[in-house]
Design a protein around this ligand. Structure first.
Ligand code: PLP
Length: 391
C-alpha cells in the first residue's frame, strides 16, 4: 500500500519542533525546553512573542469588533494609515493581509499609473535573488527558476537583472521602463544590502526616466534595520513601498504605502480586499507602529545591533572554517557560511538557538527588536557551542 497523501499539503520541509508558548525572545516546547528565538517567525514578531501591550490591544479589540469588511469606515484602519503617513514619505496607504498581496497591489498600481497616462510602459525591472512572495505575479517578478518552474506561463512584464550590476541596470533603465522593484536589503536572497549610494543612484535614474521606484520593505522595514524603513539610511524616498511581516507583530497585516502621485489611478473600485485592514489587524498594527516609533526605540535597536555584530565578528574569527563574514544592518543580520548553512542551523537548534537559512549559503539572524543585551550575549554563546559541536 502506498502512503496516503499528507493531510497537510507537503510544500514545506519542516523542522520537527513545535512550540506551545512564546515569551519575548523565547519559544517553549511542551517538554519545557526553551529556545532562544533569532527567527521571530521570519522577521514578523518584531516586538517578540506575547508583548503585553499587543496582547492587551488585541484582547480589547476582540471584545469590541473583529470584522466588518471595507463596506464601512474602519476608524482603526484610518488611524493606522494616518500614523504611517505621518511617519513616512507616503501620502496614502492600503492594507493587505500579507506581503504577497502588497506586491500584487504595487504591480497593479504601477500598471494603472502608466495606463492612465496613456503611456504603454509595462516593464518592471527586478533583481536576481529577489523575493516578493508566492503569487503568480510575485514569482514572475522574482523570476528565479526555483520559484517559477512548473508554474508557467508566467505573468509578463518583468525583466530580472543581475544583483549589483550597474552597467546592466543603466542599460535596461530607459524611458520605456514603468518601474523598478527592489528590496533595500534582500532577505530570502541572503541578507544582501543594497549600498546606500546604489539606492541613491537608482532613485536618480528613476527620476531621469520617469520610472516609479517600488521598494519591497516587507522584511527589512518596520525598524528591522534600525530605521523605521531601510531606505531612510540612504536619504531617499520611493514612490511605492510594500510593507508586511513586522507591522502586524504576528497578526497578519500588510500595506502598500505610496505618494499621491503614484497612487493617483487607484480610485473607487480599482482594488479591494475582504479582510485587508480589518479592526483586529489595524488595532495591533497601530500599537506596533506606536511602539517602534516611540522615542529611543530605534536607538536601542542600533545599540543592540552593534553589540550583536561585534560578538558575531568574534564568532566568525574563531571559526573561519565554518563562517566567512557577517552582513546586514540593524537586527537583520546574516552569517555567510563556508560549511553548509543548513548544518549550522541544525547545530544551533541542538544548542537551543533558532536561526533561519537563506539563499547564498547564509543563515539569517532576525531577533525580536526587543531582545535584551543579555539575550544577545546568550544567543552568540549558544551559536559558539553549536560551532564547537561541528568540529
Ligand atoms: C516575506 C516576503 C514577502 C512575502 O510576504 P508574505 O507575507 O509571505 O506574503 C515579500 N517580500 C519580501 C521581501 C519578503 O521577505
Amino acid at each position: 500500500m502506498t502512503a496516503p497523501f499528507p493531510a497537510l499539503l507537503p510544500t514545506y520541509n519542516r523542522t520537527p519542533l513545535s512550540f506551545i508558548r512564546g515569551e519575548g525572545s523565547w519559544l517553549v516546547e511542551a517538554s519545557g525546553a526553551r529556545y532562544l528565538d533569532l527567527t521571530s517567525g521570519i522577521a514578523v514578531n518584531a516586538l517578540g512573542h506575547a508583548h503585553p501591550a499587543l496582547v492587551e490591544v488585541l484582547h480589547e479589540q476582540a471584545q469590541a469588533l473583529w470584522h466588518v469588511s471595507n463596506l464601512y469606515r474602519i476608524p482603526a484602519q484610518e488611524a493606522l494609515a494616518q500614523a504611517l503617513v505621518d511617519q513616512t514619505f507616503a501620502e496614502t496607504a492600503f492594507f493587505t493581509n500579507s506581503g504577497t498581496e502588497a506586491a500584487e497591489l504595487a504591480i497593479k498600481m504601477v500598471r494603472k499609473y502608466w495606463s492612465d497616462k496613456g503611456d504603454a510602459r509595462t516593464t518592471i525591472l527586478t533583481f536576481e535573488g529577489a523575493f516578493h512572495g508566492r503569487s503568480t505575479g510575485a514569482i514572475a517578478a522574482a523570476g528565479s527558476e526555483k520559484m517559477t518552474k512548473g508554474f508557467g506561463p508566467l505573468m509578463p512584464g518583468f525583466k530580472t537583472l543581475p544583483w549589483g550590476d550597474h552597467d546592466a541596470l543603466r542599460a535596461a533603465l530607459d524611458d520605456t521602463v514603468a518601474a523598478v522593484m527592489i528590496e533595500p536589503v534582500q532577505g530570502e536572497g541572503g541578507i544582501r544590502p543594497l549600498p546606500d549610494q546604489c539606492l541613491r543612484g537608482l532613485r536618480d535614474l528613476c527620476d531621469q526616466t520617469g520610472a516609479l521606484l517600488v521598494l519591497d520593505e516587507v522584511q527589512c522595514g518596520m525598524g528591522r534595520t534600525g530605521k523605521l524603513f531601510a531606505h531612510e539610511w540612504a536619504g531617499i524616498t520611493p514612490d511605492i513601498m510594500m510593507v508586511a511581516k513586522g507591522i502586524g507583530g504576528g497578526f497578519p497585516l500588510g500595506a502598500v504605502l505610496a505618494t499621491a502621485h503614484a497612487a493617483s489611478g487607484m480610485g473607487a473600485g480599482t482594488h479591494g480586499s475582504t479582510y485587508g485592514g480589518n479592526p483586529l489587524a489595524c488595532a495591533v498594527g497601530a500599537k506596533v507602529v506606536e511602539i517602534i516609533t516611540a522615542d529611543g526605540f530605534l536607538d536601542a535597536v542600533n545599540r543592540k545591533s552593534a553589540l550583536m555584530r561585534q560578538k558575531l565578528e568574534g564568532l566568525v574569527a574563531s571559526h573561519p572554517d565554518l563562517f566567512e563574514d557577517v552582513r546586514g544592518q540593524g537586527l537583520m543580520l546574516g552569517l555567510k557560511c563556508r560549511a553548509p548553512n543548513t548544518d549550522i542551523v541544525k547545530a544551533a537548534q541542538a544548542a537551543f538557538v533558532l536561526t533561519v537559512p537563506a539563499a547564498d549559503n547564509v543563515i539569517r539572524l532576525l531577533p525580536a527588536l526587543t531582545i535584551t543585551e543579555e539575550e544577545i550575549t546568550e544567543a552568540v554563546t549558544r551559536l559558539e557551542n553549536a560551532a564547537q559541536s561541528l568540529h
